[in-house]
Design a protein. Structure first.
Length: 512
């Protein structure tokens, strides 16, 4: 089994490296998020390597400090960038190794629980070839590192439940905490742990060690999130962890019926995948859906519902389903083990492993094709064109206003709430700071305000919007440096820079 796993892993690794890697992360799946992630890593190198103060580039003339998850992933990338210079491969390599390592941890977890080693192997490989794993492993995003810690936390927990050795509980706390710090939604691991004990090991719930362990996890993650929230309060920048726009569903969104078919679709495509869906149906029909499957189901449903505003969106929410991919691996192993016992020494039993591996190869091929062809849901070639052009035109220490592709408010089905419209891609490509402008913003009020604070350039996507006051003002106060079907780049000619001590100090600290 180990030889099969090793060969499959090597082939997968080579295909991911030579086929799945994008030419530019802005043209890739989740290019928006990858750009923000790479920017934070780049800024760690520039600003002095303080992991508690991550910086984005769309924070205006300020420092760019942002409320976000604990930046262990980007900080690790920054240590490599200090020696290599600007590059995206360190983040991609970290993601690749994290996903591969997570698949091996899943194999150990499944092998620990299931008797059939082939079932454990197949479940782990189902994870490795899933939509989520294929996409995240070649992307500059922290979710890959999170899922490695998450699977290690689960493995250590189940080892503690069976062996009662304190070392496994300590490891469970350490890895569960790290997973929650990197992505707070990973705290659903605590819900899963509690339900496992409540349903099958109630005696352990009487142990003070268990409760202290959970208290440590929640306290550490909670304290960091509280500290990170102060960055939002002080600097106004957020990824929506607590402040600003919210990933949580509104009551209006929860009551909107069409969101639920979307959730079912996303769960099938990005969470359970083909093997998970088949396994669920098989286990239910065979009445083999045990309390453990129900526990994982509840834990994953909570993640999907908590972040429902994103998880219904196939353009911006697929990565939230990576926790469900771990559940799918468990389901797949359970179904394969039961089916293998059922067919026994039947002739089908001799060819079943071969047919299973062929099915894995087919599934992987489909997911790899989807990764290489992300579609317009994930990138806009116009953004890349203008970002690259601004990188060549900009002057040192300049600031820019960049029109986003996103509106300032979310869809009405969510109650017209604040939207995170701050598109980081042009800022990342041009390596420039400044102000994002919502796609639906009109008039000159914001433009004039940002110019007074030091804006040098204005990047207008898809020039030709119905905003005559803005374009008349630009003709009088800016020079058009570049124009194409993608949009235009203007340089302001009547730039009254803000000379306040705050802006002068913040820009000097950011760029020196």
């Amino acid at each position: 089994m180990k030889k099969i796993a090793m060969v499959f892993s090597i082939v997968w690794l080579l295909l991911q490296i030579f086929i799945a890697m994008p030419d530019k992360i802005t043209n890739d799946w989740m290019g928006w998020r990858q750009s923000d992630t790479q920017t934070i890593a780049r800024n760690f190198v520039k600003s002095g390597q303080n992991i508690l103060y991550p910086q984005i580039n769309w924070g205006g003339a300020g420092t760019g400090y942002v409320e976000c998850e604990f930046q262990l992933y980007t900080f690790a990338i920054a240590q490599i960038l200090k020696n290599t210079g600007e590059a995206v491969w360190p983040g991609q390599a970290l993601s690749l190794l994290a996903i591969l390592a997570a698949s091996w941890v899943i194999y150990l977890l499944l092998k620990h629980h299931f008797e059939n080693q082939f079932a454990a192997l197949f479940g782990a490989l189902a994870f490795l070839t899933s939509n989520g794993a294929v996409h995240l492993s070649s992307s500059v995003m922290p979710d890959s590192l999170c899922i490695l810690f998450y699977t290690l936390g689960l493995y250590a927990f189940f080892k503690y439940v069976s062996e009662k050795r304190n070392i496994w509980l300590v490891l469970c706390v350490a890895f569960s905490t790290l997973a929650g710090l990197v992505k707070p939604l990973a705290l659903n691991i605590g819900i899963i742990q509690f339900l496992v004990l409540a349903a099958g090991h109630r005696g352990l719930l009487k142990s003070w060690k268990i409760w202290v362990s959970w208290l440590i996890i929640v306290t550490v993650v909670g304290l960091y999130m509280a500290f990170s929230y102060t960055l939002y309060l002080n600097y106004g920048n957020t990824f929506g962890v607590i402040g600003g726009e919210s990933k949580f569903p509104s009551l209006q969104g929860l009551l909107y019926f069409m969101h639920y078919p979307k959730l079912a679709y996303m769960t099938a495509v990005w969470g359970l995948g083909p093997f998970g869906v088949i396994s669920v149906l098989y286990l239910i029909i065979q009445k083999r859906f045990t309390y453990l499957e129900w526990v994982f189901l509840v834990g994953n449903a909570i993640v999907i519902l908590i972040s429902m505003r994103y998880t219904v969106n196939r353009g911006f929410g697929p990565h939230y389903y990576i926790f469900s991919v771990v559940f799918a691996a468990w389901l797949t192993a359970s179904a394969v083990e039961h089916f293998s016992k059922k067919i026994g020494k039947h002739r089908l039993g001799t060819v079943f492993p071969l047919l299973s591996m062929l099915a894995l190869a087919l599934s992987y091929s489909m997911h790899l094709y989807a990764k290489v062809n992300p579609g317009t849901f994930h990138y806009h070639v116009e953004v890349t064109e203008l970002g690259n052009k601004l990188a060549r035109l900009k002057k040192q220490n300049s600031l820019a206003i960049v029109r986003s592709v996103a509106a300032e408010r979310e869809r009405r089905s969510w109650g017209n709430r604040v939207n995170n419209y701050e598109d980081p891609r042009v800022f990342y490509l041009a390596d420039i700071s400044g102000w994002p402008l919502p796609a639906d913003a009109r008039g000159i009020a914001r433009i004039k305000e940002y110019v007074s604070q030091g804006a040098d350039y204005f990047v207008e996507l898809y020039e030709g919007k119905e905003d005559e006051p803005l374009y008349r003002w630009l003709k009088r106060n800016a020079i058009e440096l570049y124009t194409s079907d993608a949009g235009a780049i203007y340089e302001f000619t009547r730039n009254k820079r803000c000379t306040s001590t705050l802006n002068t100090e913040s820009r000097t600290k950011r760029w020196n």
